[in-house]
Design a protein around this ligand. Structure first.
Ligand code: GLP
Length: 262
């Protein structure tokens, strides 16, 4: 694992976008796994600034709420179009977001796995982290072998995401559909982005803590090519900073991260 500590959240988002842009440039037919959440908004904002061709890029989003229509501004379908897809030349048929209104959600989940396989697997999976350590919507106790499926959201998650639902956690759906931890671990490369002091404790557990299905993000420790991009605030609870290859207080020298492998 590589841990890159940036001076602030803007720099971390810019670096994550730069890595994504580099991967797209190197492989115009890349299959990207994409994430949502407030942390990612600035990543997509930065990514849109690069003169990139998305015509042959395929994407798979991590998760979606159950019972929310795609046309609803609170759906992740809507989020992805507003923050990225409407701004780039990606083809509709190359966009894959789970449908929380699918008539048979279990069938849709299985079909999602098949679609990922048909496209040869995910090259780079972008990840955020929930306050309870979820990746995607893999709440505590998600098996590390879990596949795309329906899940119940924890109270912590519903409270975390309440701002998008008028501040009332009761309005946040109780269920979601998410790629599994096992699905995520099969991506060829992982990049987890976490910023802000409210992520500090859970990020330290994800990176340094014992591997446990109670914190899905600890699964990233098992991945052979995983990079964590963070800022000084979110890195503040890490105890072994001297172990990391990069602990940056100043500006990122973008050219240098490429030579460092996990
Ligand atoms: C949601 C998403 C997760 C994401 C999390 C982080 O819960 N389902 O995939 O990791 O948001 O949210 P934020 O960036 O707003 O802290």
């Amino acid at each position: 694992m590589q841990v890159v500590i940036c001076k602030d959240s803007n720099t971390a988002a810019a670096l994550a976008a730069k890595i994504l842009a580099d991967r797209i440039q190197a492989n115009p037919k890349i299959v990207l796994g994409l994430a949502t959440g407030r942390t990612m908004e600035r990543v997509y904002e930065n990514l849109r600034q690069f003169p990139l061709k998305f015509a042959d890029v395929s994407t798979f989003n991590l998760d979606e709420y159950i019972g929310i229509k795609r046309s609803d501004a609170r759906s992740y379908w809507h989020y992805m179009h507003a923050h990225l897809f409407d701004h780039v030349d990606i083809k509709d048929e190359n966009i894959h977001v789970l449908d929380g209104m699918a008539p048979d959600i279990w069938e849709a989940a299985a079909a999602y796995e098949d679609e990922i396989e048909v496209l040869g697997g995910i090259d780079l999976q972008l990840l955020g982290i929930g306050r309870d350590g979820h990746i995607g919507f893999n709440e505590p106790l998600s098996s590390f072998g879990s596949r795309t499926r329906t899940v119940y959201l924890t109270q912590t998650t519903r409270e975390q995401n309440a701002p998008m639902f008028g501040g009332d956690f009761n309005q946040v759906p109780e269920c979601a559909v998410t790629m599994g931890v096992g699905t995520i671990l099969e991506a060829r490369e992982l990049m987890l982005l976490a910023t802000g002091v409210e992520k500090a404790e859970i990020l330290a557990q994800a990176i340094e803590g014992p591997i446990t299905s109670m914190i899905s993000a600890t699964a990233i420790q098992l991945h052979p090519d995983c990079r964590v991009v963070t800022d000084v605030a979110a890195a503040s609870a890490l105890r072994h900073k001297d172990c990391y290859r990069r602990s940056i207080a100043g500006d990122i020298e973008f050219s240098e991260y490429k030579s460092m492998r996990a």
